[in-house]
Design a protein around this ligand. Structure first.
Ligand SMILES: [Zn+2]
Length: 257
C-alpha cells in the first residue's frame, strides 16, 4: 500500500549498518515509524530530508502498523535554523518528547500536526530576545492541545482560590482539599498570581501575538520549574532533554545523519 502524506521528522534511530528508523508526526496518520534504507550512506537519495524537525512530503510503502519503507522524502522546510541553535533545539526537543510520550501512535490528528508546524514556523521567525518566553508558551500550549496541561485556576476539586500546586494531581488544591487522608504529606509548590496570570494568558492568546506577553524572568523560571515537575510526574521520568541546561557548556552531540 502506498501512503502519501506530509510529515515532520520527530526523531531518528540508527538501524544496522546504514539504515534508519524515522519517527514522523504526519498530517494524515498521526505519529508513525518508517524505515529508510541506507540514508546514512553518502550520496543517499534522501539527502538531508530525514534530519530532525524537517517538514517533508513523504511516500511510504507498506502497512503503517508494520514499519513501512520510505520511498521518497521531499523537503518542504528544513527548519535547519532551529536545529543549529542549541537553545531552540533543546526546547523543541522537549515538545518532541511530550508528543512521543503522551500522544497515542497511529491516531490521525490534523490539528496537532498543524499546531506543531505552526510552532516551528513561529520559533523560526521570532526575535531572539523573546525566545525564552515563547518556548515556555509553546510547551504550555502543546500540553493544553493534547489535554495534559496543569490546572492553575483555583482548586481542582472545589474551585476555591489556591496558590499551592500539587504535581501528583496536576492541579492547584486549596488547603481543605489538599489534606484529605489519602493526600497527607504530598509535596506541593507555592506559586503566585503573576505565574497564574501569565500561564492563563499563554493558553488563551493566539500564539502569534504571544510576544506581547512580557513576563519577568522570575515568573518564567517559576513556571518553567512547575512544568518540569508536572511533566516529571506525567512521564514518570525526568524529560531527558531537561537534563541539558540551555546556555551551559554545549555537550558533544550530533544531529546530522
Ligand atoms: Zn478545594
Amino acid at each position: 500500500m502506498l501512503i502519501r502524506t506530509e510529515g515532520i521528522v520527530l526523531k531518528t534511530q540508527k538501524y544496522g549498518e546504514a539504515d534508519l528508523i524515522v519517527t514522523f508526526l504526519t498530517s494524515d496518520k498521526g505519529i508513525i515509524n518508517a524505515f529508510a534504507k541506507s540514508p546514512r550512506k553518502t550520496r543517499s537519495r534522501f539527502g538531508s530530508s530525514l534530519e530532525p524537525l524537517t517538514h517533508t512530503k513523504i511516500s511510504l510503502w507498506g502497512k503503517e502498523q508494520s514499519l513501512p519503507k520510505i520511498t521518497q522524502a521531499d523537503i518542504i522546510d528544513s527548519f535547519h535554523q532551529i536545529r543549529e541553535n542549541y537553545n531552540d533545539f533543546v526546547n523543541i526537543s522537549k515538545l518532541v518528547e511530550i508528543l512521543i510520550s503522551l500522544m497515542p501512535a497511529g491516531i490521525p490528528n490534523k490539528r496537532i500536526f498543524s499546531f506543531f508546524l505552526n510552532i516551528l514556523h513561529t520559533v523560526k521567525a521570532s526575535n531572539q530576545e523573546s525566545r525564552d518566553a515563547l518556548h515556555l508558551i509553546t510547551r504550555i500550549r502543546l500540553l493544553a492541545a493534547i489535554g495534559y496541561a496543569p490546572r492553575l485556576k483555583g482548586c481542582g476539586r472545589c474551585g476555591h482560590e489556591s496558590l499551592d500546586f500539587y504535581p501528583d494531581s496536576g492541579t492547584t488544591l486549596c488547603s481543605k482539599c489538599a489534606v484529605t487522608p489519602d493526600r497527607a504529606g504530598k509535596p506541593f509548590m507555592r506559586i503566585n498570581n503573576k505565574v497564574i496570570h501569565f500561564y492563563l494568558h499563554s493558553i488563551e492568546w493566539p500564539i502569534h501575538i504571544s510576544n506581547r506577553l512580557k513576563p519577568a524572568s522570575q515568573t518564567l523560571a517559576e513556571l518553567s520549574g512547575l512544568l518540569d515537575k508536572h511533566l516529571t510526574f506525567l512521564l514518570s521520568k525526568k524529560l531527558k532533554s531537561s537534563e541539558f541546561h540551555p546556555n551551559s557548556i554545549r555537550p558533544q552531540y550530533k544531529v546530522s545523519l
